[in-house]
Design a protein around this ligand. Structure first.
Ligand SMILES: Cc1ncc(COP(=O)(O)O)c(C=O)c1O
Length: 404
């Protein structure tokens, strides 16, 4: 029976009435949030176990980030890149230092960072590697998720993401993820880059076999090919290190960053690379009106400073072990597989039991918000400010859902 005092049903109906149905959200209407907790329009509280697909690594409304945004809102919000503003150099320098790279190119969304990486790699290929005009190719992996632009969906292997959006951008070779021999075989003299997620998030937190990323690094070095690591979801503390590549001591030629870089407040993305790579771009060849705007930079500077303390990476590593042991205890009790890196987990629910969607609906009814990815796989990515007790709460609620 629908309680007509509740505002949620009407708010859900309104949202469905007035928007394109390019998402299938859970029927929860959030109105406020703090730390790891969300409150809906009916006053129900939920533990956030998605964190905006890792855009909220520091939790909702982190005081240091909110303060930076407020201060900047009162001073200067936008200049365009026609002029330089006083937050710009600090942001680029501090992020470059965090990445151990010479230069940063700021954009807004993750997909724009990926597009930027592709453009830079192609230009580098023609100007530095001397690939014949129009012949550059980039090797990518099956099961990838790098965003939604027409070029990016051109090399997606997810039919939902790709079908009916052609004609597709050429110049990409798809190989199985985690298979170094296949990747090596796909590289030819016109390959300018290998573009990979060091852990495939949308695919269900798929961790490649140990040695794969160092192997990719080596083959890229040997064959004069750029290694582009899309750390948009895996980076900035999520896996218990600053970058997922760090777990295997791998340094890519280009980091693609986004999501958490904006502190859950503004869209901020960036490419970080050395001058011999990013230096190929000259004025007029790439840009964005909002990329590197003062508000974005002011917030992102504080994000980088939070990360520079190492505290969030430590929390993610330590609490991730608690999450791992809780989830591994559910294998055989409704889960058939679990992959955990830091505070990031992909859970395969026994499909005979329920779909991922159904599991997330049942979790929501118990006050825990998570999201399915494919079929019966769900992903947990709580804010890194989550506590041990809250992790236990999430695991307990999941156990109850699986127990029926
Ligand atoms: C690895 C990866 N790359 C790129 C993107 C695209 O980011 P955005 O949605 O900000 O365009 C995403 C988004 O989920 C992602 O997970």
């Amino acid at each position: 029976m629908v309680d007509d005092k509740l505002r949620t049903p009407e708010a859900v109906r309104d949202a469905e009435r007035w928007t394109a149905h390019n998402y299938h959200p859970l029927p929860v209407v959030i109105s406020s949030a703090e730390g790891a907790w969300l409150t809906d329009v009916d006053g129900r509280r939920y533990l956030d176990c998605l964190a905006g697909y890792s855009a909220l690594n520091f939790g909702h409304r982190h005081p240091q980030l909110i303060a930076a945004a407020h201060t900047q809102l009162d001073r200067l919000t936008l200049t365009s890149r026609a002029f330089i503003h006083d937050q710009f150099a600090d942001f680029c320098r501090e992020l470059a230092e965090l990445c151990g790279k010479d230069l940063v190119l700021p954009m807004n969304t993750g997909a724009e960072a990926v597009e930027t990486g592709i453009k830079v790699a192609r230009k580098w290929g023609y100007q530095v590697k001397c690939v014949p005009a129009g012949q550059a190719n980039i090797v990518v992996a099956e099961g990838n998720f790098h965003g939604r632009t027409t070029t990016i969906v051109s090399f997606s292997t997810d039919e939902d993401a790709r079908a009916d959006f052609g004609p597709y951008t050429p110049g990409f070779t798809v190989v199985p993820y985690g298979d170094l021999d296949a990747l090596t075989a796909a590289i030819d003299e016109n390959t300018v880059a290998v573009l990979l997620e060091p852990i495939q998030g949308e695919q269900g937190v798929v961790v490649p076999p140990e040695g794969y990323l160092p192997g990719v690094r080596q083959v890229c070095t040997d064959r004069n090919v750029l290694f582009i690591a899309d750390e948009i979801q895996s980076g900035l503390g999520r896996t218990g290190a600053t970058f997922a590549c760090d777990h295997e001591g791998v340094v890519p030629d280009m980091y693609l960053l986004g999501k958490a870089l904006g502190g859950g407040i503004v869209p901020v993305s960036a490419v970080a690379a050395n001058a011999d790579v990013l230096g190929v771009l000259k004025p007029g060849q790439h840009g964005s009106t909002f990329g590197g705007n003062p508000l974005a930079c002011a917030v992102a500077i504080e994000v980088v400073r939070l990360l520079a303390t190492g505290e969030f990476q430590r929390r993610s590593a330590e609490l991730g072990e608690r999450l791992r042991s809780g989830l591994e205890g559910l294998v055989g009790k409704g889960l058939i597989g679990v992959r955990v890196r830091g505070l990031w987990a992909g859970l395969d629910i026994d499909p005979a039991l329920m779909s991922g969607r159904e599991a997330c609906e049942r979790l929501a009814a118990r006050g825990v918000l998570a999201k399915d990815t494919h079929g019966s796989t769900i992903r947990l990515a709580p804010p890194l400010v989550i506590t041990e007790e809250e992790i236990d709460l999430a695991v307990t609620q999941l156990a109850e859902v699986l127990a029926g």
